[in-house]
Write a protein that binds this ligand. Structure first.
Ligand SMILES: Nc1ncnc2c1ncn2[C@@H]1O[C@H](COP(=O)(O)OP(=O)(O)OP(=O)(O)O)[C@@H](O)[C@H]1O
Ligand SMILES: [Mg+2]
Length: 410
């Protein structure tokens, strides 16, 4: 019987030492060791991890996709030399995949093998009810630790070595599962009615992540150190890209960060994340880009923008993000005949046809016509003739160094 099992339910001892107290010496120690491991923290994040280690509380990270929530837990395991146990949450998930399950197959096998012994146990009974009672009296044999299949939460509590427990995308799980977590998060214990309560001898470092697809309960939040992770500032994002050795020259990476930040300011359904910025840098490096032109960025924008409508918006914005002085033609509002009017330059992929051009021939021909934009479409300043829009210098550079603070839907 493992030392972490108590036969009777137990409550957490508030006086219990937090054994991970010596994991990090200081906030700076957290930053340094994470950086060495390839994860760049800011002060807020490093402070939260430091506090987690000192206070022994779980950390709840909320934020948009691709800002490094899952990666943080992985790096925490790497930095502390602990094993990572991971519970990936999903809709409809129940306790059997999160906490534990009775190993039915093994129970069945044992009853088969022990058939003779079982027959002996009930040999002197005369009625069915008596036989059932006799078997019932032996029930605890089959509902014992031997037949308990631990899932990540119980495994973290039972582990003979301290571990990092990642409960990933907890907002995807139903509220019922959230309730199941509460005992673990507050008391570092899991109750199995048939056996008793398992209390962790080594408190796991617990990291929960959420993409904010729904509000988590106040009870869950109260048990955690809460941190909202957002896109990093430009300097840190550049550092992150540099640290990934993408092969993109530094000056271009810096420019790319500005462009990605500019794209995040657009009303996109899914703003580009850090991981997509890294992918974009890698893509451009693989293509051997030695200059970031609107052309090459436009051709590869699908690496960072994943919805057709977002792509159209990105393609419209890229020229002025590349060059704040870009002069782009004014696209007159037009109707697609489906009840709305908008401006863009027909680079969209959904297959609309136009009144008077039912098969789209004219539209395609227009796209192929050389020089349909002015020669200086991507660059030279000063065009003020009708049909063009001059974009202010600040619009492109604004994206670099300034945090938007705007909350995006995700
Ligand atoms: N601070 C950082 N330092 C280094 N790399 C980072 C950092 N933040 C993000 N990354 C990179 O971004 C990638 C994506 O991060 P991760 O998968 O952790 O995002 P996430 O927030 O969990 O997203 P999702 O909500 O989609 O699961 C990581 O693999 C890592 O390469
Ligand atoms: Mg994740």
């Amino acid at each position: 019987m493992p030392t972490n099992q108590l036969a009777t339910p137990a409550t957490a001892d508030p006086g219990r030492p937090v054994e991970q107290a010596d994991l990090f010496n200081s906030v700076e120690d957290v930053s340094r060791r994470f950086a060495e491991s390839g994860y760049l923290t800011d002060t807020r994040l490093a402070t939260t991890i430091f506090l987690q280690s000192r206070l022994g509380k779980p950390v709840l990270l909320e934020g948009p996709a691709g800002v490094g929530k899952t990666e943080l837990a992985k790096q925490l395991a790497a930095v502390t030399g602990r094993e990572l146990l991971r519970l990936q949450c999903y809709e409809g998930q129940d306790e059997t995949t999160a906490l534990y399950e009775w190993d039915y197959g093994k129970q069945l096998l044992y009853t088969q093998v022990l058939r003779e012994k079982i027959s002996q146990v009930i040999a002197d009974t005369s009625t069915l009810a008596e036989a059932v009672d006799r078997i019932g009296a032996e029930e605890s044999v089959f509902f014992s630790e031997r037949f308990l299949a631990s899932r990540p939460l119980l495994a973290a509590v039972r582990s003979p070595e301290p571990v990092v427990l990642l409960i990933d995308e907890v907002d995807r799980a139903d509220e019922a599962l959230e309730a199941v977590l509460l005992e673990l998060l507050a008391e570092y214990q899991v109750s199995v009615p048939e056996i008793g309560t398992f209390v962790a001898t080594h408190r796991p470092l617990i990291v929960l992540t959420s993409n904010n697809t729904r509000d988590l309960s106040a009870a869950l939040k109260r048990r955690c150190l809460h941190l909202s992770l957002d896109y990093p500032d430009a300097e840190r994002e550049l550092e992150i890209i540099r640290s990934k050795h993408t092969g993109l020259p530094d000056a271009l990476a810096e420019q790319l960060v500005g462009i990605v930040r500019g794209l995040r300011e657009l009303e996109l359904r899914k703003a580009p994340s850090i991981s997509e910025a890294i992918d974009w840098a890698q893509t451009l490096a693989v293509l051997g880009a030695d200059e970031l032109t609107a052309d090459i960025l436009g051709q590869t924008a699908n690496v960072v923008v994943k919805y057709d409508r977002d792509l159209r918006r990105a393609l419209d914005a890229i020229p002025r993000l590349v060059d704040p002085n870009a002069v782009v033609p004014e696209h007159l509002p037009h109707s697609h005949g489906h009840g709305h009017t908008h401006t863009h330059d027909h680079r969209h992929t959904d297959d609309h046809t136009h009144a008077g051009d039912p098969d789209g021939t004219t539209v395609r021909a227009e796209k192929d016509r050389p020089g349909r934009h002015a020669d200086n479409y991507y660059g030279a300043p000063g065009r003020t003739d009708a049909g063009t829009t001059s974009v202010s210098r600040g619009q492109g550079s604004r994206s670099f160094g300034a945090r938007t603070g705007r909350k995006r839907p995700f």
